[in-house]
Write a protein that binds this ligand. Structure first.
Ligand code: ATP
Ligand code: MG
Length: 410
């Protein structure tokens, strides 16, 4: 017995009915980001595993358990490290800085599938590389805010914090580690195991005991340098100037190691457990980590599926049909030629491809939403206006011009 073949667990097909909403996300991202000077970049679906080990961080969940790896390569779990690799590889530091790029594509993470969490999902992302100015951080946040607004995402919340620089963070890290060790009895097994490698992750723990401990934990915000504090204040001032509401959340943890200073996340209370819609931050150490010169950068990524889930469902226009060519048995070649002529003239044109009776073809034309139907009989041609129901005898050579004229008259 053969078993039924199915799409792999955690993946999904985008069927024709679902395609227009996704195309609308792409169109909105393109128009909003390109109007601000971001240009599209595409990177490969897989990269050397080492890129993610170095760029995302050995200690992260992504690298430790979520990558699909084979023969030294990994399917890309995120877009920032690949974009930074491309920036370096193509010498983009020679261009005017910051270099502003955006992308949309599929990403892969081996996680437990659940609502809003897939093993292949799509992200829109934006990166601005080469400037540490706080206006870069603010611009990126404002643009993601605009995109989410354009898509109609509901009940949005923007949380923002500063992670400081590696220097200010190092001292704080030790403090936090000491605090966690002191309370290790009350911590979850998982958090305890991460004290050495990734203590900040404890703020993200779901376990109630750990959460209680974390309420009294020292906060990074209280241990930032003067420069970091000022940078953060400037970012949030610019957000206020743009009318974007935000709340500071010192427990915000992002899943990637490379962040410095600003980190942020948009979530939607309209979603369930997987409420994160998009987020990002500044990564001033990343390019150096990848072997390049010290180069600041900042960016975000937002999940296409989560954005659509957070958005009000909107009716999407069906593709139209200006002309349907119906034909009786001997007229196939003429019908085919007429449909081709119509398409070359810019019409949305279809013809029967299944050998239906003329009556069956009229039904098919109706299903296709055809505006006009040309019916090709051996002894002549009839053009039917599907709105008024009027029919007239026409010359075959005049059909396309007639439909074009009728379309303009609308
Ligand atoms: P989460 O907290 O949900 O695990 P994350 O912090 O891992 O998210 P990022 O790496 O910041 O997410 O990715 C940015 C966005 O990509 C998320 O806000 C979310 O919208 C989307 N995303 C991340 N992982 C998945 C997934 N497995 N399936 C669908 N969308 C995802
Ligand atoms: Mg995750």
């Amino acid at each position: 017995m053969s078993s039924k073949l199915q799409a792999p667990r955690g993946t999904f097909d985008v069927l024709p009915a679902g395609a227009p909403a996704r195309a609308a996300v792409e169109a909105a991202a393109k128009s909003i980001l390109e109007a601000a000077g971001y240009r599209r970049i595409e990177t490969p679906m897989f990269e050397q595993t080492e890129l993610f080990a170095r760029g995302v961080g050995e200690a992260t969940d992504i690298v430790q358990k979520e990558m699909y790896s084979f023969e030294g390569f990994s399917l890309r779990p995120e877009g920032t490290a690949p974009v930074c690799r491309a920036y370096l590889e193509h010498g983009m530091h020679k261009l005017a800085q910051p270099v502003k790029l955006w992308y949309l594509g599929a990403f892969f993470r081996h996680e437990r599938p659940q609502a809003g969490r897939y093993r292949q999902f799509w992200q829109v992302g934006a990166e601005a590389i080469g400037s540490e100015d706080p206006s870069v951080d603010a611009e990126l946040i404002v643009l993601l805010h605009a995109l989410l607004g354009e898509l109609g995402a509901r009940e949005l919340r923007l949380r923002i914090a500063s992670l400081g620089t590696p220097a200010s963070r190092a001292g704080y890290r030790e403090l936090l580690q000491a605090y966690l060790r002191e309370h290790s009895d009350a911590l979850s097994e998982e958090t305890r195991k991460r004290i050495d490698l990734n203590p900040l992750r404890a703020f993200d723990a779901k376990d109630p005991g750990t959460q209680r401990v974390m309420e009294g934990a020292p906060r990074l915000a209280d241990h930032l340098d003067q420069d970091d504090r000022e940078h953060f204040a400037q970012v949030t001032d610019l957000l206020a100037r743009a009318g974007v509401e935000w709340q500071q959340d010192d427990r915000l943890v992002r899943g990637l190691d490379y962040y410095t200073r600003t980190i942020f996340e948009f979530s939607s209370d309209a979603l369930g457990a997987q409420s994160g819609v998009g987020g990002g931050g500044r990564y001033d150490g990343l390019i150096e980590q990848l072997g390049g010169p010290a180069t600041p950068g900042c960016g975000w990524a937002a999940g296409v599926e989560r954005m659509l889930m957070a958005a009000e469902e909107r009716p999407q226009p069906e593709p139209g049909c200006d002309l349907f060519v119906a034909w009786e048995s001997t007229e196939r070649a003429d019908a085919f030629a007429l449909a081709t002529e119509g398409r070359r003239a810019g019409l949305a044109a279809q013809l029967d491809l299944a050998g239906r009776s003329v009556k069956g073809q009229m039904k098919q034309a109706d299903r296709a939403g055809a505006r006009y139907v040309a019916i090709l009989y051996p002894d002549g041609t009839v053009l039917r206006d599907m709105d008024s129901g009027e029919e007239e005898k026409v010359e075959r050579s005049g059909v396309v011009a007639g439909v074009l004229k009728g379309r303009h008259a609308l």
